[in-house]
Design a protein around this ligand. Structure first.
Ligand SMILES: O=c1[nH]c(=O)c2nc[nH]c2[nH]1
Length: 452
């Protein structure tokens, strides 16, 4: 091993397929200077005892305590950073009214860089404390505050993918919160991309600029076209909202006589580095287009309960070959925790399968074979997020980044109900997924560096 590298000894869980979680009991994880997993050794390997003997007690050797476990860090595919300031409030209106009555007035305040600093620092720290090692963020229309968010991710050690929002349509956006010309919106986006790409050169874990049309209703055709061109020119990630609610889905159909997916594709906004939030209203041809273009979905189950007018058929879309990860969608989803969203993804899928209106006969009430398991929700929060972003993250495998959370099941203020020292590790894993709180997340590491 190279010098200055790190070695971890402990039991870990990692997704090896959409439905399978592999248990790496008492394994050694050898991490290189770039913060990448170099080797994973099981106790059966010949060199295993000698590596422990040579390294135990040194600064770079980390042995987990009894009751502690390693999980990959979570990957949050959809966060509205400015909306952290209203999380847990203002969820009483449908999407378009919510945007105009609460969200645009709040986001307009991020012209004030001091306000942005206060909120963004608190949010990035909170997400790290919840085990989120990578975040895909919408900022606001303001280029300075958007850049500040990328800087804060860089400083705090989180892998941040950040977009300056574009919203230039005079009809759909209020005067007080709008890109005032399309040219300015595209110019600011290009400047933002090049500045963040410069910042990335000095950031171990990576920060990435993301081309971010808020959603089709916010943008003129010229802006959407220009953003497609910028994404291609700089090979950036792309994010937006797609077919989220009945209102939004129908608005796009009326404007373009086609669905969101095909309109976005015409503007060059679908592709292997594109992540579209929600997508609850996709039809079969839309799903095929996503699979063909390798466009991913950010599934935000808590938010969907308020704004989507339906449940994402996660199981079916996964079977149709679409990459899917999980998003908190702060603040349409009030919780900063992907644990909460993983649980909700399971719950929502069960309700979709069974149906909810008992006045309808049982055989017609639900959508058969829709349920997902907690293993599948774990896949979405980890490996699925990595696939969606096309980054080597979200799995404990050679050549993946050492982005992990150390879970302590024995903390005083949230001890998990493990009473039998011989309890099956499969069951302990499920208890972790259902019951962990930030207090249990003892350490967080990103790209081989400790950030909590
Ligand atoms: O959940 C959502 N949050 C938003 O901020 C937003 N903007 C457009 N569509 C949206 N959906």
């Amino acid at each position: 091993m190279q010098t200055n590298s790190k070695i971890f000894l402990g039991t870990a869980f990692t997704a090896t397929s959409i439905s399978e979680v592999s248990i790496l009991k008492d394994h050694l994880f050898l991490i290189n200077e770039d913060g990448v997993i170099d080797q994973i050794l099981s106790p059966e390997e010949e060199v295993y005892p000698s590596i422990i003997q040579e390294n135990e007690g040194k600064d770079h050797f980390f042995r987990l305590a009894p009751g502690q476990y390693i999980l990959p860090g979570f990957i949050d595919l959809h966060i509205h950073a400015p909306q952290w300031a209203q999380s847990g409030t203002a969820l009483d209106l449908p999407l378009n009214e919510w945007l105009h009555n609460y969200t645009f007035p709040l986001e307009a305040k991020y012209e004030d860089i001091d306000f942005a600093k206060e909120v963004y620092e608190d949010l990035v720290t909170t997400l790290l404390n919840n085990g989120t090692t990578t975040g895909l963020y919408f900022a606001t229309i303001h280029k300075e505050a958007s850049y500040l968010l990328a800087e804060i991710c860089a400083q705090k050690g989180q892998r941040g993918l950040v977009g300056k929002i574009v919203a230039d349509d005079v009809e759909q956006n209020p005067d007080y919160y709008r890109d005032h010309t399309t040219e300015q919106a595209l110019h600011d986006t290009e400047e933002f991309i090049t500045r963040v790409q410069e910042l990335a050169k000095t950031t171990k874990q990576g920060v990435y600029p993301v081309v971010t049309p808020r959603f089709i209703p916010s943008c003129t055709d010229e802006a959407l076209e220009g953003l497609g061109r910028l994404a291609a020119k700089y090979d950036t990630h792309i994010q937006s909202h797609c077919s989220e609610s009945d209102w939004e889905h129908n608005y796009v159909k009326e404007r373009f006589q086609k669905n969101d997916t095909f309109a976005l594709n015409d503007f060059g906004l679908l592709g292997s580095k594109s992540v579209m939030a929600h997508c609850n209203h996709l039809e079969d041809e839309d799903v095929r287009l996503f699979a063909q273009t390798k466009t991913a979905i950010a599934h935000c189950p808590l938010s969907n309960a308020y704004f989507a007018n339906g449940v994402l058929p996660t199981k079916r879309f996964l079977e149709q070959g679409v990459d899917i990860g999980l998003g908190t969608d702060i603040s349409a989803g009030a919780s900063p925790s992907l644990y909460d969203n993983a649980k909700q993804a399971v719950v929502s899928s069960r309700m979709l399968e069974d149906g909810v209106d008992i006045s309808i006969s049982q055989d017609k009430r639900g959508v058969k074979e829709s349920r997902i398991t907690i293993n599948e929700a774990f896949y979405l929060a980890t490996a699925g997020g990595g696939e969606s972003l096309q980054l080597p993250i979200g799995r404990l495998e050679n050549n993946y980044a050492w982005d992990i959370q150390v879970i302590d099941t024995n903390v005083v203020n949230n001890k998990l109900p493990v009473f039998n020292q011989e309890e099956a590790l499969e069951d302990i894993f499920q208890k972790i997924m259902y019951l962990v709180k930030p207090a249990n997340i003892k350490q967080v590491w990103v790209q081989g560096e400790q950030v909590k």
